[in-house]
Design a protein around this ligand. Structure first.
Ligand SMILES: Nc1ncnc2c1ncn2[C@@H]1O[C@H](COP(=O)(O)OP(=O)(O)OP(=O)(O)O)[C@@H](O)[C@H]1O
Ligand SMILES: [Mg+2]
Length: 451
């Protein structure tokens, strides 16, 4: 429900506005005082502020000004009410950012229209803020580690150039995010960012995928199609999973990069394209080149500026800020702001090796939020078994057989409990143990039953 704050020292005006606005389905709060209005605005967000400009205790324009110091998403649209003859002040108010003004005596029809427009304007403004925030988020590399700082630094250095960048990193480590960040900070930022998943180009349609076609090259198909390279003109072309291209595709891509032009299927004239190329791979391309899976000439074309993204397990200081950032954004998405994470839960997250890197962390936190719809704070026990299980298990370097056996037993028991969704009787049964025996075993192995 949209909430409207009415500030006017005349009781009759407050009452009549309150009446007609309630009737229209708005929630209404009224006050005769500018001072109190400011307090109310700090307390809770209002969509629209109907503000008399001549108040006994404060200048209406000052109150208007005060609304500017509220957080952007809490700023109401301000509609100024001016007494007869003070129309110039009202005009000044609109110059100061008021949405519109109403002149006394208030006309019912016009008042309702202005309020409705103000509510709509405020909705659009907030929607816009939200989009901008999402866009900004998608290209922000979060993290406190030395590596994260180096990544941000390197993005800054590479962004202004037109040089080709080849980003290396494990799956989910943030390669695409980095490519988008380079684009967002580059002079091409207001042009397109076109993504091509090289692993998924259909072998039979390479040409038309990449370069498009004209004059319905495909019988009965649409008359023309713009290829990926063509669409990227003026912007950035992101070649994702470039290490998974077939040799046939590699040959075509190489030629297009070399000539910076191509002829769409069925066309007669070549098209020149100016696109900045950023590629990404989770393979060791040098090794692939040595094995003959990747063309050497293409490798050197793409590898002008190599960019290495370390896996998350090598930059564990990033886990806390990343977790907080993801909780903030999921919290907003699910209408659950202010979700926190306990310090010992963060510590547990730091002990997990994160084979799926940042994406895995993000997915796990989203899952925790969905599975625990009530919580405001994520504790250790809310984290999935997977994360608990890897604790204290430092690979295979055990010093005694006893240690190795215990680690294995712990892992095995936890896996069974996980499979039985925490049902201890069923877990004991599938382990072939008495329930009480299983509990004893768990205690000796240091498995916390509650977790
Ligand atoms: N440093 C970071 N700060 C904030 N979000 C990040 C960071 N790194 C990765 N992410 C997020 O993690 C997810 C995975 O990142 P991204 O898609 O860029 O990985 P990738 O390396 O391209 O993975 P893949 O190899 O599987 O394609 C995305 O949602 C991304 O926004
Ligand atoms: Mg990717």
């Amino acid at each position: 429900m949209n909430h409207i704050l009415v500030v006017d020292d005349e009781a009759t005006i407050r009452e009549s506005l309150e009446g007609i606005l309630r009737e229209e389905g708005y929630a209404v709060t009224t006050t005769p005082s500018g001072e109190e209005a400011v307090v109310l605005l700090r307390d809770a967000p209002y969509d629209v502020l109907l503000l008399d400009i001549l108040l006994p205790d404060r200048d209406g324009l000052d109150v208007l000004n005060d609304t500017r110091s509220l957080a952007a998403e809490n700023q109401p649209e301000v509609v100024v009410i001016s007494g007869h003859g003070s129309i110039e002040t009202a005009v000044r108010a609109t110059k100061l950012g008021a949405f519109d003004f109403l002149e006394k005596p208030l006309l019912l029809e016009r008042t309702l229209i202005v309020v409705k427009n103000a509510v709509e304007a405020r909705r659009l403004r907030n929607e816009n803020l939200e989009y901008k925030r999402q866009l900004a988020l998608e290209t922000t590399v979060t993290g406190d580690s030395v590596s994260a700082k180096a990544i941000r630094q390197q993005i800054k250095l590479m962004a202004p150039t037109n040089g080709r960048v080849l980003i290396y990193g494990e799956s989910g480590s943030g390669k695409e995010l980095i490519a988008r960040a380079i684009h967002a900070e580059s002079p091409r930022h207001d042009r397109v960012f076109v993504e091509l998943n090289c692993a998924a180009i259909p072998e039979d349609f390479i040409e038309s995928e990449l370069f498009g076609y004209r004059n319905s090259a495909i019988p009965g198909g649409p008359p023309e199609k713009r290829g990926t390279f063509e669409r990227a003109d003026g912007g950035t072309l992101f070649l994702d999973e470039v290490g998974d291209m077939s040799l046939k595709t590699q040959a075509r891509v190489l030629r297009a990069l070399d000539e910076q032009s191509f002829v769409p299927v069925g066309a007669t004239q070549p098209i020149r394209v100016d696109a900045r190329v950023i590629a990404a791979t989770n393979k060791d391309l040098e090794e692939e080149t040595a094995k003959g899976n990747f063309r050497e000439d293409l490798f050197y074309r793409l590898n002008v500026m190599p960019f290495f993204v370390p896996p998350l397990r090598e930059r564990k200081e990033d886990i806390r800020p990343l977790a907080r950032e993801f909780l903030r954004s999921f919290g907003r998405e699910y209408g659950r702001p202010h979700i926190e994470i306990a310090e010992d839960a963060v510590e547990l997250l730091k002990q997990y090796p994160w084979p799926g890197n940042v994406r895995e962390l993000k997915n796990i936190l989203e899952r925790v939020l969905i599975l625990n719809p009530q919580i405001k704070r994520i504790e250790r026990r809310h984290l999935p078994m997977l994360v608990h299980r890897r604790r204290d298990n430092h690979g295979d370097d055990f010093s005694t057989l006893q240690q190795a056996r215990e680690a294995y037993e712990r892992e095995y028991i936890l896996k069974k409990i996980d499979e039985c969704q925490g049902n201890m009787s069923r877990a004991a049964e599938s382990l072939g143990l008495e329930r009480s025996h299983m509990y004893r075993k768990m205690r000796t192995l240091g498995i916390n039953v509650r977790e």
